[in-house]
Design a protein around this ligand. Structure first.
Ligand code: ADP
Length: 166
């Protein structure tokens, strides 16, 4: 069985991520969405919430997808799971530079790890989790960017934050 790990922050999952996952599923039998519990950036949703949203957004693929959090180095997680292929998505040339550096670093840390890149679909090329949070804060429509379940979770979170500030 061919397995691949798709690691990321998924804060929250977007149609851009889902596009990469669907393309990955065409090549691999099983895909593990590994959610970084402690990314080195500010997060909007807790790791439990991010896992839950990914599971809900990918419900129709649940036989072929595992969603779980990981802590620490992705290469250590991969070794523990006995999988050696990482999937990442590329949107822009700046993504490429960062991803290229990460892939070489991971290979340096663990020599049999390979990274496979899938180019984002043009439709979702500009979709990013950070941009959509800004759109949501400013009251914009999110349906083009995320599934309904994610949109509802974002709105709920923003409402709760506003109530706390009032
Ligand atoms: P990280 O913090 O690890 O970059 P992200 O959740 O931001 O986590 O991204 C995970 C992966 O998904 C990255 O490889 C990123 O380039 C890719 N990705 C994010 N948004 C999109 C998109 N709209 N289209 C294609 N790939 C994407």
């Amino acid at each position: 069985m061919l397995k691949i790990v798709y690691p990321g922050t998924f804060d929250p999952i977007t149609y851009g991520h889902i596009d990469i996952i669907e393309r990955g599923l065409r090549m691999f039998d099983q895909l593990i969405v590994a959610i970084n519990a402690n990314p080195g950036k500010q997060i909007f949703f807790s790791v439990e919430e991010r896992v839950d949203l990914v599971k809900k957004a990918l419900k129709k693929y649940k036989e072929r997808i595992i969603v779980e959090p990981f802590k620490g180095l992705i290469v250590n997680y991969m070794t523990k799971r006995n999988i050696n292929i990482i999937l990442r998505g590329i949107r822009t040339t700046s993504d490429y530079e960062y991803e290229f550096q990460m892939a070489l670093t991971n290979r340096h840390l663990c020599k049999n790890i390979e990274t496979i890149f899938i180019v984002a679909s043009e439709e979702y090329e500009f979709v990013s989790s950070s941009l959509l949070k800004e759109i949501a804060l400013l009251g914009g429509d999110l349906k083009y960017f995320v599934p309904r379940v994610v949109e509802n979770a974002i709105r709920k979170k923003i409402k709760a934050a506003k109530l706390r500030l009032d």
